[in-house]
Write a protein that binds this ligand. Sequence first.
Ligand code: ATP
Length: 255
Amino acid sequence: MTDTPVPLLEFRDLRKSYEATEAVAGVSLTIPQGEFVALVGASGSGKSTLLKTVNRLVEPTSGQVRFEDDNVESLPLAALRHKIGYVFQSVGLFPHMTVGENVAIGPRLVGERLSAERIGELLELVDLEPDMAARLPDELSGGQRQRVGVARALANEPQLLLMDEPFGALDPITRDALGDRVRALHAEFGLTTVMVTHDMAEALLLADRVLVMDAGTVVADETPHSLLAGAGGEIAQGLVAVPRAQADRLAELAR
Ligand SMILES: Nc1ncnc2c1ncn2[C@@H]1O[C@H](COP(=O)(O)OP(=O)(O)OP(=O)(O)O)[C@@H](O)[C@H]1O
């Protein structure tokens, strides 16, 4: 008999309430190492709250998140966050620090100094020029800042990459290019990635597995292929209908 490998990430009946609002209402699932998971659902369905319980930006009301079979609550916070890269929509670069200093901040927090060469390599991973390290965040476009955010998340060589609407504020071309780049980096570094997105088309194109949330629970857990074949139930299919209708209208126009 072969042993089942321990999942990288596991949610066990996870719940989070804010007074009367049950933001996460009992989520149980496992995510194996290497998977690229998209978390989709309407605004307010609990996606960000669920994601933030992993790096302990949110403390659950009950239940557990397990990372490599340890309850995240039992791990030293710095050690946990060292293993997890986190990218979010507003990027959160420190405005008074250079791009290079921003990229190096994670390692610095654990007493490690990144060389200029390593910072340059990290910038090149996200298709930025190494000499951008000397600029201030203000001197970059939104898309470039978001790339810096991804480089910063990779600086600790994380096992897990959490992304919360990482491309939400970007124009469609930059968004596509950066999405493809992140998917390539996910494969290159053997990452496990969980990405929150509003955009079902993005989820279908980038992820191996799509979780659909509604009112704090996961109502569908499907591959893109099975979602496109009609699986996942009414809420999931309502979300899939949007890019499908767009694709149909474009095909119609091209005739
Ligand atoms: N800090 C908080 N205090 C009170 N209520 C909160 C807090 N954070 C989230 N909520 C509520 O919990 C619910 C889930 O919010 P959450 O941000 O997780 O949803 P989401 O699916 O990520 O939404 P969006 O797509 O709009 O970002 C919402 O009703 C929200 O108002």
